[in-house]
Design a protein around this ligand. Sequence first.
Ligand code: C2E
Ligand code: MG
Ligand code: MG
Ligand code: MG
Length: 292
Amino acid sequence: YQAKEGGGSVAAYESSRDAASTDQLALLAELREALDADDQLVLALQPAVDLTTGAPTGVEALIRWRHPRRGWLGPADFIRPVENSEQLGAFTRYVLDKALAVAADWARQGLDVPISVNLSARSLLDPRLPAEIAEALRRHQVPPRRLVLEITETVVMSELEIIDEVLATLRSMGVRLSVDDFGTGFSSLTFLTRIAVDELKVDRSFVIRMVDSPEAAAIVRTTVGLAHELGLRVVAEGVETAEQRSALAELGCTAAQGYHFFKPMPADKIGAVLGSLLDSAQGNVFPLRADG
Ligand code: C2E
Ligand code: MG
Ligand code: MG
Ligand code: MG
């Protein structure tokens, strides 16, 4: 009863799926090498800025893979297979270690700016995570408050209890928690009643549309209001235009991140950028300009 070409495309689908999983196995083997090699997986850093003062409110670490044969890969090219593999723990520790090394470096330069690290929801299922993070913070001598963990609420119900406990432990250590892509998960609001967090990140999809869509604007306004009511910080992500930036400021959003301000940049560039942002924010009078 299925059209005959349906059978053909199922076969084609199966074989391309096999090819894809072979590819993923190769990728995971290569990741193991990359985690050892130490110079393939690098962090791109993107500042968020205070919309009224221009001061940096934080910097997000975004993973990139300088693959020896495939060239530069972004998270979309490899995060999913890593999340479903045995290597997630090693990968998470690697990213945290690199990010805390960067934060320690800033502290030596007198730059008091928190670093945000994206955590895969699955890594929160490992009850050893808080102790590992505590150890890494001590090793790098970074105060817990300088670390922000960005999390998304894409987890299945059966796993909620473990995750709640891991997150509560992390927060009691003084590490800050941020809800990434807020508004896109189906349980964003419930999540807030279970977990005490410090920050909401308004998803880029709402920011992109807020200038044209009253619905998107309403969602941004409501998220900002909710954050304020709950005493949370709020950061709009993916701000690309001056129009979006002023719309956000009008809605009372205090911090923003996106290409309009800075694209993610290499670690050797960020120190100077933070330094000059902090310097010009001292005066606190000049409107921000876009950084080319
Ligand atoms: P995210 O945490 O929501 O990160 C924001 C993404 O938007 C980043 O893409 C960033 O480069 C991009 N972006 C920032 N500003 C703009 C803008 O103005 N316009 C546009 N079009 N894009 C902008 P990226 O680096 O490809 O990361 C994608 C996702 O991968 C992240 O989404 C995060 O969920 C995940 N990810 C990134 N790094 C890590 C990591 O170290 N570990 C884990 N587990 N996930 C990561
Ligand atoms: Mg993020
Ligand atoms: Mg995000
Ligand atoms: Mg996002």
